[in-house]
Design a protein around this ligand. Structure first.
Ligand SMILES: Cc1ncc(COP(=O)(O)O)c(C=O)c1O
Length: 391
């Protein structure tokens, strides 16, 4: 149990500068959602927008909506909103494709631009990043020149925050470039990427940005660098003038050249609306609250003695990873009690603390439910061990 009294926790919620943000979300009753780091929940505005985009813009506007409803510009409209969150210029972020595909395009463009450049990734990075970079290296050949380093700003297992300044400085001194994977960091950390000299990044639209299942990802490339790059999936949407229908390819200025095919409008509309949940939220407040929620939860489960793989709060992102030999079953038992987190092999239970919609009371309650599930051994019920596809 938490050492804090219910009155202490009520005070934390009452004094929370982000306390109004929860009202923007459509959350089911009886659920404490600790998986916004995997799939953010819908905002009310996103649900309304999806319906309007389908019924009015598509249903009534038909093809006219490409111009009239701003469909054509949505990848950049959304990009500009994400740019504010990650601290870069509004025109330098484009929303398109998945993280995997954006990473492939960006790393290939960087490798082609620097003869002999060497792709570098730690095998403990998120698997899709490792697969993509290894297959790209097989396609383009090895190198022994400056590094193109692919690095997560927040580790997906432990939530450890990378030392962005040190890694940027070291890589730049070697003549290289870092491609940051911001999947677990965008919409959570006060990243201020431009001020810190970061020139390239990719990231997820469906985690802390709440864009919905399979929401398109984003790619950031600083304008001056982007203008020197040729990405390999040169499609018509990345052309400077796609509706000229010319056979010769001329890349659009800046990051827009990273578009390939037609944007996914329904998904983009949901993401565009969802991003408005950040209006009025300061990123330092968001970052601080994530830490405090995680700390409160850890305080509440300390007596259980579960090993914690996440670092202390000063260098921890938005989730907390606890290990338990039967972590999968324990998580299923928690989900049955309305506390939704997730599981990563071999034995990690991940609890995500999304600052926009969670209250301190939720973190404290989740801790006491975990305590109850373990002490009562509810998780031993055999059906909790049945492995589903998505864990
Ligand atoms: C660090 C990281 N990179 C990439 C991805 C997946 O990217 P996508 O499915 O958009 O290719 C994830 C998904 O969880 C992730 O955590």
């Amino acid at each position: 149990m938490s050492m804090r009294s219910p009155a202490d926790i009520d005070r934390l919620d009452a004094e929370d500068p982000l306390r109004q943000a929860r009202a923007a979300f459509a959350l089911p009753d009886g659920v404490i959602y600790l998986d916004g780091n995997s799939l953010g929940p819908p905002t009310k505005k996103a649900l309304t927008r999806l319906r309007a985009t389908a019924e009015q813009e598509w249903g009534e506007g038909l093809i006219r909506s490409w111009n009239d409803a701003g469909w054509f510009d949505l990848p950049q409209t959304c990009g500009a909103k994400i740019a504010r969150l990650i601290g870069v210029d509004p025109g330098d972020v484009l929303v398109c494709d998945s993280v995997s595909v954006n990473l492939f395009k960006l790393a290939a463009a960087l490798k082609n631009a620097t003869p002999g450049a060497r792709l570098v990734i730690d095998r403990a990075e998120f698997p899709t990043d490792v697969y993509m970079i290894e297959s790209l290296a097989a396609l383009l050949g090895p190198g022994d020149g400056p590094p193109i380093l692919i690095k997560s700003a927040i580790d997906f297992r432990t939530a450890a925050i990378a030392d962005i300044d040190r890694i940027e400085g070291r890589t730049r001194a070697q003549g290289g470039v870092v491609v940051w994977d911001l999947s677990h960091a965008a919409g959570l950390l006060d990243l201020r990427l431009k001020a810190r000299g970061a020139r390239c990044a990719v990231g997820c639209g469906y985690k802390f940005l709440n864009g919905g299942p399979g929401a398109p990802a984003f790619v950031y490339v600083e304008r001056a660098l982007a203008d020197t790059l040729r990405q390999p999936l040169a499609g018509w949407m990345g052309h400077a003038r796609p509706f000229d229908f010319r056979p010769d390819y001329a890349p659009a200025p800046g990051v827009r050249r990273f578009a390939a095919g037609t944007p996914q409008i329904l998904s983009l509309a949901a993401l565009d609306a969802a991003l408005d949940a950040f209006d009025g939220a300061s990123m330092p407040d968001v970052e601080t609250k994530a830490r405090r929620l995680g700390d409160l939860f850890l305080e509440g489960v300390a007596a259980l003695g579960l090993p914690c793989l996440s670092p202390p709060s000063a260098s921890r992102g938005g989730h907390v990873s606890l290990s338990h030999p039967q972590g999968y079953s324990v998580m299923q038992a928690l989900i049955a009690r309305g506390v939704i987190g997730d599981f990563r092999p071999p034995d990690l239970m991940r609890f995500g603390f999304s600052p926009l919609f969670l209250r301190y009371a939720d973190a404290a309650r989740a801790a006491s439910i975990l305590e109850d599930v373990l002490r009562s051994e509810q998780w031993r019920a055999p059906h909790f061990a049945d492995r589903r596809t998505v864990t």
